[in-house]
Design a binder for this molecule. Structure first.
Ligand SMILES: Nc1ncnc2c1ncn2[C@@H]1O[C@H](COP(=O)(O)OP(=O)(O)OP(=O)(O)O)[C@@H](O)[C@H]1O
Length: 295
């Protein structure tokens, strides 16, 4: 495997804020990597550093084997779609699609036209008059149809409805299968996107909290629910990622249960359920457990 992005001790500070705080990681060629984390975790800052739109305060990042800053050769090989993408005032949707091949040498205009139909984007409308979801769809279309060697999508579907998001997942995966490349996707909709992701990088307060294959993360944690005394007895001495109780009923999320552990939990009257990727990340990044996840 070849690393397409290599970060070494990469940091970006804004005054006192350590937006990215000494991270080291690699993203392998030909994978779809989820860049996940809470608001303000440092995802956009990291993507800006990777795409040469910002300078590190210290450390280094290499993209396609090169320093991306002011490096036209490296930058023509990547596509970065931002949620906050701004366009010239007079631009209509079709202008963006007409310009795209100048920036992205592998841009497929036929695919773009099909995606316009799929998403139902009014490409003759001025972009500033489009809804948020329609503007996001334009970005998603360019991101998929660019077929860049490295595509970074920063919250590409903010404002897209559930149907449009599923069109996005389906078309992205379909085109990725036919034209393998590397995709880095930042999203808050973790469970929705989980099936797409080969690898997960979770950033929390500027640092990498999880760097793992999605497959390896699945089933790494389970939630036990039952009488408080039984739950506490079972989890004694184990790593507990989260615990809650309501009256005499408690739940605890624990890492790494073996088959024997599960059998023992069941015989103690505890209900054992696997933790989803989203729940796992919420718990590992210190978030409160949403009430509906406890039941
Ligand atoms: N230009 C800047 N000046 C000062 N602080 C900044 C600047 N850009 C980012 N930050 C801060 O750096 C931190 C990381 O911001 P960043 O936009 O990278 O987070 P994010 O993970 O993309 O968040 P979100 O999911 O909310 O978009 C935040 O605390 C943010 O306020």
């Amino acid at each position: 495997m070849t690393a397409i992005i290599e970060a070494t001790g990469l940091s970006r500070r804004f005054g006192d804020v350590h937006a990215v705080d000494g991270v080291s990681f690699e993203i392998q060629e030909g994978s779809i990597c989820g860049l996940l984390g809470r608001n303000g975790a440092g995802k956009t800052t990291l993507m800006n550093l990777v795409t040469g739109q910002d300078f590190p305060s210290s450390g280094a990042v290499r993209v396609l084997g090169e320093d991306p800053v002011e490096n036209a050769r490296a930058l023509t090989r990547l596509c970065f779609i931002k949620e906050s993408q701004s366009y010239p005032d007079a631009y209509r949707g079709r202008h963006v699609l007409a310009m795209a091949p100048r920036f992205f040498p592998h841009f497929d205009a036929t695919l773009a036209a099909r995606l316009v139909e799929d998403f139902g984007v009014p490409v003759n409308r001025m972009i500033k008059k489009m809804s948020r979801g329609q503007r996001s769809a334009i970005g998603a279309i360019v991101g998929i149809a660019s077929r860049a060697e490295l595509t970074l999508l920063d919250e590409p579907y903010a404002g897209l409805d559930a149907v449009a998001r599923h069109i996005f997942y389906d078309r992205l995966l379909e085109d990725y299968a036919a034209h393998p490349r590397t995709i880095v996707l930042s999203t808050h909709l973790i469970d929705e996107a989980a099936d797409l992701l080969d690898h997960v990088l979770v950033i929390h307060e500027g640092r990498i909290e999880i760097d793992a294959a999605t497959e390896d993360l699945r089933g790494t944690a389970s939630t036990l629910v039952g009488r408080k005394a039984d739950v506490e007895a079972f989890v004694a001495g184990r790593e507990v990622l989260a615990r809650e109780h309501i009256g005499g009923i408690a739940s605890a999320t624990v890492a790494g249960l073996s088959g024997d552990d599960r059998a023992r939990a069941a015989s103690s009257g505890l209900e054992v359920t696997p933790v989803s990727l989203q729940q796992l990340i919420v718990r590992r990044t210190g978030g409160a457990t949403p009430a509906e996840e406890v039941a």
